[in-house]
Design a protein around this ligand. Structure first.
Ligand code: GCB
Length: 559
């Protein structure tokens, strides 16, 4: 599935802007135009835009509706692309059902047939999380319960476009690269019914450096892609009636028992777990916020992020390619823990969820396969991997992932080594989230280094795999200072992170550190959350806390 782009053969029309919006009941069907809808911005979550608490906290269905017209050209097919709606949605054109979105973090791409001069697009979104969704959740007495630590924002979260393609068109392109001495072999697979396929590869200056048909194309003296030099080529695919340009990078990834390698050199991963979250927008995609985030990542000397805890927008993935930020791409398998008793049992995380989990991995790889920035797949965050049932579940999920994806695979572990992890031998890189001195032995800075070091070394020695600490952090209220430091102060966050850094520097097999979190973010209300999770190194409006410069200096030289 290709991202919609306009050129001489294709048109793209944005439907972003103001839509009509209202909450609707269970059996609502948009046969007739909605009356009494209010205004709603797209893309955005509705939760932080409305002023009525009942709507903000609404559990169930909402309707988004927009009337649009596009010039309909002879010989063209028209399609609808919605980057993501949270969560499941049913889409209607002029009152007739045309398809559904299955999950809150994936594009919906549907044919638009019988377009009229004026058309009514209706999107009915269900924001409920259940034991059949990912993330999982349950609704109790009309209240949404979920075990993940970010707010259940809902709405049309990513860009909406109507686009046209020629009847016979390029449906998909897959690019793979191999570096071999002084040339690179670029393998191009084109999914199309067109007869004639011509491929050209352009360098950064727009010079054509190689040409061929679909198949293998040899690029002499390739520039490799890396965080230091995120060099992007452009593949131009032309057929008798269609054209599509896709950027790509030439890079090689490998993992052994001790290291993660990019272009044959070991790389230490420095960066953050993040969230798509901003004031008023909620999880709405926003180019200004996206660019600010990448500017800050580069300013910090970060080289990587994890898309905790769900796939980020396609626009963010393209920026990661441009800026040279390595991405651990995570599926929305989060909150698979703490449901009381066992989690991996039939009435909870059952075969239905497993089938969805596999489907979402396949969708993620299909969406992100051409991004050079994507270097690892994370199959879950903090699942109950100490349970026997998790072994059976993840054996199946991970072996499926390997059948659709040739990236190294990781799982992000909450399970302590001493509790007997049941899944970690199945992955290539083990990621652990640890909050010594915060959630355990709160405030004991003197214990952090030793406890962290011991845990990393246990995992590494036992499994003989590289370890990345994917989360460590302390809630910090900007402007709160104390000498000597006390928890929640800016000084404490700095001292806390420094103790963790010492442990990483002393632990063999530690291949990276992702601070939790890049910026403060909204969560469900809770007694440990004052206006959200405050572990950000940046405030929610993307200004640095005291610790930012310390980390920036560390990452400038840390290899
Ligand atoms: C975790 C979770 C993350 C939370 C974080 C915290 O382990 O993976 O989603 O936000 O801890 O701050 O508690």
């Amino acid at each position: 599935m290709l991202y919609p782009k306009s050129n001489q053969c294709r048109d793209v029309y944005s439907l972003n802007g103001i839509w009509s919006f209202k909450t609707v009941d269970e059996n609502y069907c948009p046969a007739e135009p909605a009356k009494d809808g209010g205004c709603m911005a797209v893309p955005a979550s509705f939760n932080e835009i409305v002023t009525d608490r009942k709507i903000k906290d609404h559990v169930g269905k909402v309707l988004y509706e927009k009337v649009f017209s596009v010039p309909v050209r002879e010989g063209m097919q028209y399609r609808l692309r919605i980057g993501a709606t949270s969560h499941k949605s049913d889409v209607y054109l002029n009152g007739a059902y045309i398809g559904s979105g299955v999950n809150g973090y994936f594009p919906i791409d549907l044919p638009l047939e019988n377009l009229k001069e004026e058309n009514r697009l209706s999107v009915v979104i269900d924001n409920r999380l259940t034991f059949k969704t990912l993330p999982p959740g349950k609704v109790v007495d009309g209240r949404q319960i979920y075990n993940h630590d970010f707010y259940n924002f809902a709405g049309i979260h990513r860009d909406v476009m109507v686009y046209s393609v020629p009847q016979k068109h390029i449906r998909d392109i897959q690019i793979k690269t191999v570096v071999d001495g002084d040339y690179s072999l670029v393998s191009v697979a084109v999914d199309t019914d067109c007869e004639k396929v011509v491929c050209k590869i352009k360098d950064k200056e727009n010079n054509i450096v190689a040409e061929g048909g679909a198949g293998l194309i040899k690029v002499p003296n390739p520039h490799t892609w890396s965080p230091e030099s995120p060099y992007l080529y452009t593949l131009v695919v032309e057929t008798e009636c269609d054209k599509y340009e896709e950027k790509f990078g030439i890079r090689k990834i490998a993992v052994d028992g001790k290291h993660f390698y990019l272009n044959d050199k070991p790389v230490y991963l420095k960066g953050f777990g993040m969230h798509e979250d901003f004031f008023i927008l909620g999880k709405g995609n926003n180019p200004a916020v996206n660019v600010r985030n990448f500017e800050l990542l580069k300013w910090m000397n970060a080289n990587s992020i994890r898309t905790s805890h769900y796939p980020y927008s396609e626009e963010i993935m393209s920026l990661a390619d441009e800026y040279g930020i390595l991405v651990i791409d995570e599926v929305p398998a989060v909150g698979m823990h703490w449901w009381g008793g066992l989690n991996f049992e039939p009435e909870k995380l059952s075969d239905d969820v497993k089938a969805l989990h596999k489907d979402l991995i396949a969708r993620l790889i299909a969406r992100d396969k051409n991004h050079p920035s994507v270097v690892m797949l994370s199959v879950a965050n903090e699942a109950a991997t100490h349970e026997d049932g998790a072994r059976t579940y993840f054996e199946d999920v991970i072996s499926f992932a390997r059948s659709v994806c040739d990236l190294p695979i990781t799982i992000v572990e909450f399970t302590k080594f001493d509790d007997g992890p049941k899944v970690a031998d199945l992955v290539d890189v083990i990621a652990i989230n640890r909050y010594y001195g915060w959630y355990t032995d709160h405030g004991a800075l003197d214990l952090v280094r030793g406890q962290m070091k011991e845990e990393i070394e246990k995992w590494h020695t036992h499994f003989n795999k590289p370890i990345i600490v994917a989360e460590f952090g302390a809630d910090t209220i900007e402007g709160l200072h104390s000498l000597p430091s006390e928890s929640f102060s800016e000084e404490f966050q700095e001292e806390y992170l420094i103790e963790n850094f010492k442990a990483f520097d002393e632990s063999e097999g530690c291949i990276g550190e992702h601070v939790w979190n890049f910026a403060d973010f909204k969560t469900k209300p809770g007694i440990t959350r004052i206006r959200g999770n405050r572990k950000g190194v940046f405030t929610k409006d993307r200004q640095p806390k005291l610790v930012a410069k310390t980390i920036k200096a560390r990452w400038e030289t840390k290899k």
